[in-house]
Design a binder for this molecule. Structure first.
Ligand SMILES: [Zn+2]
Length: 229
């Protein structure tokens, strides 16, 4: 058994000890004496080998760390994000003004509602948004004020109804003010309020589109949360 006089590490194997000592001695040696080419070669070989081993090990550890298949993202959200407003109040807070109505009329029901949602989402602080989507899960996840859970298409449909109701209110207020229920704008809003045929497909398309636009890598999301600021 050999003990390194610099770092007190103990080696059973003489070759291992020699390799360690060569490098440890340089690290601890204050005077700049010339090394032999033989020593240098041994050191470089050892460093290259160490580096290869470490790179392998880091890759292995990273793959372990990045494996979010084992992380329950909904559970993670429930444990870590629970002091924001609910998705329901988020939708209730959506204000429809002239600009938003124009956006919906110009783009039609499906794209109009997608654009409306994306506009509101882009204004909201990411940490405060009660809606999440991850690459690893192919659905939207919402916060109801108490828990995060998967949002079904049926649930989503109810929120779209809320928006359509808001449009109805906007139209009625506008028509009453103008005293004209037959204006172009009124009729156009009317078409969208009723959603037209194939509502189920349209709702699915809106759902999918919002999912695709806001989805992020779950593993990045979780790793970022561990960053110490
Ligand atoms: Zn040592």
């Amino acid at each position: 058994m050999s003990k390194c006089i610099h770092c007190q590490k103990i080696y059973k194997n003489a070759t291992s000890f020699r390799k360690h000592y060569l490098i440890c001695d340089i690290l601890h040696n204050k005077d700049e004496e010339q090394m032999s080419l033989k020593d240098l070669t041994t050191i470089v070989k050892q460093l290259v080998k160490d580096n290869k081993d470490k790179t392998k090990r880091i890759k292995y550890l990273e793959s372990k760390l990045n494996n979010t298949k084992n992380i329950n993202l909904i559970e993670y959200l429930n444990e870590n994000i629970n002091n924001i407003k609910s998705f329901n109040s988020f939708v209730q807070c959506i204000e429809l003004n002239k600009e938003e109505i124009k956006l919906i009329i110009n783009n039609g029901f499906t794209n109009g509602i997608i654009k409306l949602f994306m506009k509101i989402i882009s204004k909201c602080d990411e940490d405060e948004l009660p809606l999440k989507a991850f690459n690893e899960r192919n659905y939207l996840i919402i916060y109801d004020g108490k828990i995060w859970s998967k949002m079904s298409i049926e649930d989503f449909n109810m929120y779209i109804f809320d928006i359509q109701r808001k449009m109805m209110n906007y139209r009625d207020t506008m028509a009453e003010e103008d005293g004209d229920f037959g204006s172009d704008e009124c009729l156009k809003i009317g078409e969208i309020i009723y959603g037209g045929v194939n509502r189920d497909n349209k709702i699915k398309m809106i759902y999918q589109s919002i999912y695709s636009r806001i989805k992020i890598k779950g593993r990045y999301f979780v790793n970022n949360q561990y960053k110490i600021i």
